[in-house]
Write a protein that binds this ligand. Structure first.
Ligand code: HEM
Length: 429
């Protein structure tokens, strides 16, 4: 809807992966797809330090986020999955429930306990994240000069940054004051951003709040889409297969002394299901979206002039029968089986990107948040499997059909999951 994309042949993947942004540019494709200048501000592109913070401080701190992510997971799931009085199970619209859980758990790491449990804030930040893509599509139809006023008008009625930043700004002001007094500050992602923010953003926390919105945007929908696909597929497995996954989780927790980086890396079956979701669905059938800044010669000699948007078919990469036998079959254990037989355990991990696995992109712009997403999703899914039984309503045996919206693929937002607390069986340590 927002313009045409030239889908180039798969033989160009290496070229795109290795190219410089001065020729085949990645940030501009994000700027245009999200109309970043209007939906957030032009500083996000001019000075993208949030990406560096995610890649460095945030990824290094993953181990220290684990207890907090677990704590928030336990609490939020016990609320979200509590059956109504007199009932054994809760039937929840899965995608909306996952979005709420992910927003809460991620913001525990981003902003701490108070804000992540503030329902008004969660509601506003989810609306912001949900509407950015939709509004960006709409804005692309208008002349550039009208885009900011139009976004202001539509987003002040629904979505938009105003409401969520109302809660974030006072929090940031308190962190800034703490820092100025040299007080020991907590280690949230907001603190990391603060440590890297230029003076003009510290002087104007509204600008800093926009970074928090940006990181929230990057993490909320991506992870809730992946988490929902995983759960819909886990719900199609037999009890014996689910128990196998549970045993592997329990063994990992027992041998490594609870939830930590070592035990998470031993949860190969869960990891495999996440990777299969990345292969089978990704976020879109297209990936490696770029904008050409100079004339570019493709491998077959075709020249594409500057200004064109290009992408590759992820379906082409992820459904190659020479790489993935029976590619049309969704197999939760596809990669854990490979990890059993091959020396290199790292090769088939959810977070390992390579030419035939690109749901996180490839090269220097490959998603820097994927290590955090993997940690968070594995904790949430492991806790859920150990403490709840999951099934599809009315005894359905197949995951619900996905929804396609423009180039996005997502789980059916109306589809439900039946969740029943497991009493007196295998549970979390
Ligand atoms: C399952 C979860 C996720 C998926 C599938 C995903 C997917 C992607 C994809 C496809 C890209 C574009 C890569 C390219 O064009 O080559 C990307 C970039 C990015 N992602 Fe993620 N993402 C996920 C989670 C996250 C999280 C949790 C965060 C933040 C905490 C995050 C932050 C970012 C950022 C900052 C970029 C831009 C990187 C750059 O410009 O160099 N993502 N992600």
């Amino acid at each position: 809807m927002a313009g045409s994309i030239v889908v180039v042949g798969l033989e160009n993947v290496e070229k795109i992966k290795n190219s410089d942004d001065s020729i085949i540019n990645q940030p501009l494709s994000v700027v245009e797809a999200l109309q970043l200048k209007h939906t957030m501000n032009s500083r996000q592109q001019a000075l993208p330090y949030q990406t560096a913070v995610i890649r460095t401080d945030m990824t290094r701190a993953i181990g220290s986020f684990i207890p907090e992510v677990l704590d928030e997971t336990r609490l939020s799931m016990s609320e979200a999955f509590a059956p109504k009085a007199g009932e054994r199970s809760a039937t929840v619209p899965l995608f909306h429930t996952m979005t709420h859980l992910i927003a809460r758990v991620s913001n525990r790491a981003m902003l701490g306990t108070t804000l992540c449990r503030n329902e008004t804030f969660l509601h506003d930040i989810i609306r912001f994240a949900e509407t950015v893509v939709l509004y960006a599509e709409l804005l692309a139809w208008f002349p550039k000069i009208l885009r900011s006023p139009i976004y202001f008008l539509i987003s002040s009625k629904y979505g938009g940054p105003r409401e969520p930043t109302k809660a974030i700004i006072p929090h940031l002001k308190a962190l800034i004051a703490e820092k100025e007094q040299g007080l020991e500050s907590s280690k949230t992602i907001a603190n990391f951003l603060l440590n890297h923010a230029p003076p003009e953003e510290i002087a104007n926390p509204e600008l800093l709040a926009m970074r928090i919105l940006n990181v929230n945007f990057g993490s909320i929908h991506t992870s809730s889409i992946f988490g929902s696909h995983v759960l819909f597929h886990l719900a199609t497995l037999s009890e014996a297969e689910l128990d196998d996954i549970r045993h592997e989780i329990i063994e990992a927790l027992e041998s490594e002394g609870g939830y930590n980086k070592a035990s998470l890396s031993k949860m190969r079956k869960l990891d495999s299901t996440l990777r299969e979701v990345g292969r089978f669905y990704a976020l879109s059938p297209l990936g490696l979206n770029r904008v050409l800044l100079k004339p570019t010669v493709l491998e077959d000699g075709t020249v594409i002039p500057p200004g064109y948007h290009i992408a590759v078919s992820l379906r082409g990469l992820h459904f190659d029968p020479n790489v993935y036998p029976e590619p049309d079959k969704f197999d939760c254990f596809r990669f854990s089986k490979l990890r059993e037989t091959e020396e290199s355990d790292a090769k088939h991990r959810f977070t390992t990107v390579e030419k035939n696995f690109a749901p996180f992109g490839l090269g220097r712009h490959a998603c820097p948040g994927r290590f955090f997403a993997s940690m968070e999703l594995k904790i949430m899914l492991a806790h859920m499997l150990l403490n709840y039984d999951v099934s599809l309503p009315d005894g359905a045996k197949e995951a619900p059909k996905v929804m396609r919206l423009n180039t996005a693929v997502m789980p059916d937002v109306k589809a439900c999951l039946v969740i029943t607390p497991r009493v007196g069986q295998m549970q979390d340590l």
